[in-house]
Design a protein around this ligand. Structure first.
Ligand SMILES: C[S@@+](CC[C@H](N)C(=O)[O-])C[C@H]1O[C@@H](n2cnc3c(N)ncnc32)[C@H](O)[C@@H]1O
Length: 372
């Protein structure tokens, strides 16, 4: 018989007592404290790993965000402030932002990396504080709260419309010891959620939903009476995300070795699982906590408006000194990576950015030039 991973054996133990909601399966697959995908010390977010995020593609992402940090600090007028990266992964982005600003900021600015699975933050030097629960961040100080691909890593439920009924997908083990889907009637909370967004799924249409998207965002928003929230993620507002014709099978996907697959149940703990988020949940949650939406749009336009092209990787190639062939090739690769963040058809075109603020000016920000 095929040898099973320790995580599979853990999941099997639970399945002895009955089927497992996909949401709970995903919680274990990504966040089991010992065997979960994000519990491993190896960083899956790299060209050699399973997928890349903007910060792992090019240092120009951190460069642009460093400009935003300066702008934010200018607007809070020297008050002691927090710069926070929630879902910071291995901490590379917050480290780069801090390094870009090193020596030029007042000492009352503190940098924080928050991740529920901190095992990948290693060999850290400097003054960034790492914690695994955003609920323990000091409340009250002005905060710039960055989240890059945080919400798309939240465990979600898979729903499907069958005649008049909304079903939820659960997981069970077959007689030949593989995992398969099993449909059960959905909890009423999901029907209420869809109705609250004015969405009626078509017959056979799937939807991937986390009730925690809005709840987690709201909890954070409530924590910071003076704040700028900058959230990058894959997703859409509800009316687009749940559009029947375009998204009949939902948006759930598994990533491994830079290959995407719809086989969410294979090799738990060995592949990333993700779904596009409903930005309407975040927008509404922020508004309940008195946050105003300053920007919602494509990441590329946002980064361009922040001044990303002032980075030397965007200078004309002949202005960049190169020592030899190997260095020239390295430069070329680095320049192409930088451009991936802003060119059409790339990550910058697909990712959305939501910026909300509370108790801060609502106009005159550099990134708002992107909406003209
Ligand atoms: C897709 S990764 C993105 C990592 C990083 N932001 C980047 O851009 O490379 C999502 C990260 O969010 C973390 N995460 C998920 N839920 C979280 C939560 N509720 N609080 C803090 N971190 C969380 C995961 O452990 C994982 O490191």
């Amino acid at each position: 018989m095929e040898t099973r991973s320790p995580l599979y054996l853990e999941i099997r133990k639970l399945l002895q007592y009955g089927d497992l909601r996909f949401r709970d399966f995903m919680e274990l697959a990504l966040y089991h404290p010992e065997y979960g995908y994000y519990a491993r010390s190896a960083n899956p977010i790299s060209p050699e790993g399973d997928y890349v995020t903007a910060g792992a593609i090019s240092p120009v992402f951190a460069f642009a965000l460093s400009k935003l940090v300066r702008e934010f600090l200018g607007r809070v007028g020297g008050a002691p402030s927090l710069i926070v990266d929630i879902g910071c992964g291995n901490g590379a982005l917050i480290q780069e932002i801090q390094a870009n600003l090193e020596g030029s900021l007042p000492s009352n600015v503190s940098f924080w990396g928050v991740d529920r699975a901190l095992g990948r933050v290693g060999g850290v030097e400097g003054t960034i504080r790492y914690i695994n629960d955003a609920g323990t961040l000091p409340a009250g100080q002005p905060a710039l709260v960055i989240a890059n691909e945080l919400y798309d890593a939240f465990p979600f439920a898979r729903l499907v419309q069958r005649s008049e009924e909304l079903h939820e997908l659960w997981v069970r083990e077959t007689a030949d010891e593989t995992l398969e889907w099993q449909e059960h009637e959905a909890e009423s909370a999901y029907g209420d959620y869809l109705a609250g967004h004015g969405v009626a799924l078509e017959e056979g249409q799937f939807a991937d939903i986390s009730l925690d998207w809005g709840a987690a965002y709201r909890e954070l928003a409530a924590r910071f009476p003076t704040s700028l929230f900058v959230t990058f993620d894959y997703g859409h507002p509800a009316d687009r995300l749940f559009r029947g014709r375009a998204r009949r099978y939902g948006t759930a996907a598994a990533y491994r070795g830079h290959q995407v697959s719809r086989d969410l149940l294979s090799d738990p703990g060995e592949q990333d699982l993700t779904a596009h988020i409903n930005f309407t949940d975040l927008i509404r949650a922020g508004e309940v906590e008195h946050h105003t939406t300053l920007y919602f749009g494509r990441q590329a336009r946002f980064l361009l408006a922040l001044g990303i092209t002032e980075h030397e990787l965007f200078r004309p190639a002949d202005e960049i000194a190169s020592g030899g062939l190997a260095e020239a090739i390295e430069q070329l690769d680095a320049r192409q990576a930088a451009q991936r963040l802003v060119l059409p058809d790339g990550i910058g075109d697909e990712m959305r950015v939501l910026v909300q603020a509370r108790n801060l000016p609502t106009t005159g920000w550099s990134f708002q030039r992107a909406q003209i």
